[in-house]
Design a binder for this molecule. Structure first.
Ligand code: PEP
Ligand code: MG
Length: 284
């Protein structure tokens, strides 16, 4: 890591040692407007593109063409830098009107049909999104990230869908990249952090979602102002899980990033570097 002059100019404390380790700083985005941040910040890429945003806003589901065109715009804006598209993460606090019938009215939405569980329960939804990402992937490097992964089997099942859709599009002579995009998993359920070695065996990369990891570990709703003062990513149990995930991924030789709000908060930077984290993804 090299000394960052901007820290000196702003009189921010600089904690890093000068050990030459490379640290990747990526951007989180969810709207096209966010993408200006790529050039403004000179980020290394987009570490988390939250694809659910149009699903949350629209009354009807965007079809494959609409999704492909959106993903193409994101890839174009990234100008050759890698884009990590996270598949649909609705459910819980992210309610999508267009998906009302699929999700139903769960008594406890945070623990219900959400993230990758919804995609596996409604394969057409997942297949449409994967087809749109694969078609757009002709225009730049992409990765596919799965939200709310609980077991290695979630990844194995989505990988089968990925191969099926790729094969179907190839047969239909659609232009596709020669290589299948890497498939990764969010580590945001405590069980996934504890079982990181097993999850890493099925994934090409991992990304820690500390917003949800904190919520599920502490049983504190991230959106409830009545318990907001208890929501603490520095709780020893949360830190234990973050460290377990980072060290487990490293032992398995699988890259791991952190894309929760912690990544962009300088109060946590030295701690996360000390835990061995070398890839951060944050707001512009
Ligand atoms: C997280 O949970 O930390 C995360 C990055 O995802 P989201 O905030 O979109 O749930
Ligand atoms: Mg999350």
């Amino acid at each position: 890591m090299r000394r960052d002059r901007s820290c000196e100019q702003q009189r921010l404390p600089f904690f890093g040692g000068f050990d030459g380790a490379a640290v990747t700083l990526n951007l989180n985005a969810g709207f096209l407007l966010d993408l200006q941040g790529v050039s403004e910040t000179n980020a290394d890429g987009i570490g988390l593109y939250r694809t659910e945003m149009p699903f949350l806003a629209l009354r009807t589901l965007p079809d494959v063409k609409a999704q492909q065109s959106l993903y193409r715009q994101v890839i174009d804006e990234a100008k050759g830098k890698p884009v990590t598209f996270r598949t649909l993460d609705v459910g819980g606090e992210k309610l999508a009107r267009a998906l009302g019938p699929e999700i139903g009215e769960p008594t406890n939405p945070a623990l219900g049909l959400r993230g990758v569980r919804l995609g596996l329960a409604q394969p057409r939804l997942l297949e449409t999104q994967i087809a749109a990402i694969l078609r757009a992937a002709m225009h730049g490097p992409v990765r596919i990230l799965l939200p709310m992964v609980g077991t290695a089997n979630d990844i194995v099942r989505v990988r089968a869908v990925l191969h099926r859709v790729y094969g179907r599009l190839k047969k239909a002579k659609v232009r596709l990249p020669d290589q299948m995009p890497p498939l990764g998993a969010m580590i945001e359920i405590p069980a996934a952090a504890l079982a990181v070695r097993s999850i890493a065996s099925a994934a090409d990369f991992l990304s820690l979602g500390t917003n949800d990891l904190t919520m599920y570990t502490l049983a504190i709703d991230r959106g409830d102002e009545h318990v907001a003062d208890l929501y603490d990513p520095l709780h020893p149990a949360v830190l234990q899980l973050i460290y377990t995930a980072i060290s487990g991924a490293q032992a398995a030789g699988v890259p791991i990033a952190l894309c929760g709000e912690m990544a962009g908060d300088p109060r946590y930077t030295s701690l996360l570097l000390g835990f061995g984290l070398r890839e951060f993804s944050m707001r512009p």
